[in-house]
Ligand binder design. Structure first.
Ligand code: SF4
Ligand code: SF4
Length: 295
């Protein structure tokens, strides 16, 4: 296993705009991911899973009115672009077959089941830890990110998961002690988050009633339903009425900015999260300063 190759691969990711990159332990993925969703189910001779993360939002974007957040697009496609380039880079430089891991959903098991868990890859590669906000990964320095994965037949040394979970933040623990809820639990409009924090201020239990979140904020089925309605319309005017309905225009916008993330959550839990909104190195200027001073 080549540490030099790994260093070059991670440098490539950071050079292309990733905030973090790492290698997940393949044996651990295979222990946790169910059959049919393991890396070898997609790439039979896979030896390494590389994960990378890009910044989710600027700090300013978290403060805009809730309705405006949908217009801010998302950066997840940047993560996919870096991963796509990385697969070619590994093949070109190391002559090892590689693939960009598709983030899309599994058509056989329905629109809410991912083919592969990019979250699991990122967690095991040490790029984020599971939060009380429905297991959204958070990083102590970079906060909320979008992730992409590359599978390769090149053997690389694996990284370890984060040793410390930044969630709950001290201010969240203080609120929990006073009111029995953390900010994400308190302000989730679907009230689908609950959990417990132990005496040491660590997560004891996280509960996420996913169906409530899905009912309020997820729109995976909305576009196919709209297209089915358009196809069932009796004439061209009826089709135009469906497709150009102002109430549906947001969906077209979300698709045009290439965002699955905007179809998947309302962001209220993250808008009040101190780790997501005040991540020290999510700000590129502070990151450049920290790099220059070697912090
Ligand atoms: S995305 Fe919205 S509904 Fe879902 S957990 Fe977060 S705040 Fe609640
Ligand atoms: S607001 Fe953020 S840091 Fe606080 S408990 Fe929720 S997810 Fe964790």
């Amino acid at each position: 296993m080549s540490q030099a190759a790994k260093d070059a691969i991670l440098d490539y990711c950071l050079g292309k705009g990733a905030l973090v990159a790492g290698v997940a332990d393949l044996d651990r993925i295979n222990e946790i991911a169910p059959e049919g969703h393991r890396p070898a189910d997609l790439m039979p001779r896979v030896k390494s899973v590389i994960s990378l993360g890009v910044g989710g939002q600027t700090q300013g974007a978290w403060s805009v009115p809730a309705k405006a957040m949908a217009y801010f697009g998302s950066t997840e496609t940047r993560a996919y672009g870096i991963a796509y380039g990385l697969a070619f880079m590994i093949e070109g430089r190391y002559r090892a077959r590689s693939i960009y891991c598709p983030p899309d959903l599994d058509n056989e098991e329905g629109p809410r089941v991912p083919l592969q868990s990019l979250k699991l890859h990122a967690e095991l590669a040490g790029l984020g830890a599971r939060s009380l906000a429905g297991d959204i990964l958070l990083h102590p320095d970079f906060g909320y990110m979008y992730y992409a994965s590359v599978f390769t037949e090149l053997a690389l040394p694996a990284d370890a998961p984060l040793a410390e979970n930044p969630c709950p933040a001290p201010s969240c623990v203080a609120l929990y002690r006073q009111q029995g809820v953390t900010p994400c639990m308190k302000y989730c409009p679907a009230q689908c988050l609950s959990g417990e924090i132990d005496d040491d201020g660590k997560q004891a239990e996280m509960r996420y009633e996913m169906w409530k979140c899905a009912e309020l904020s997820e729109q995976y089925e909305a576009l196919p339903r709209m297209l089915a309605d358009a196809m069932a319309a009796e004439d061209a005017d009826g089709r135009a009425d469906v497709l150009e309905d102002p109430d549906q225009s947001m969906l077209w916008y979300k698709m045009s900015v290439g965002s699955g993330g905007l179809l998947a959550q309302c962001f209220e839990c993250m808008r009040v999260c101190p780790v997501a909104t005040q991540a020290p190195l999510a700000d590129p200027i502070r990151r450049a300063e920290a790099k220059a001073t070697g912090e």
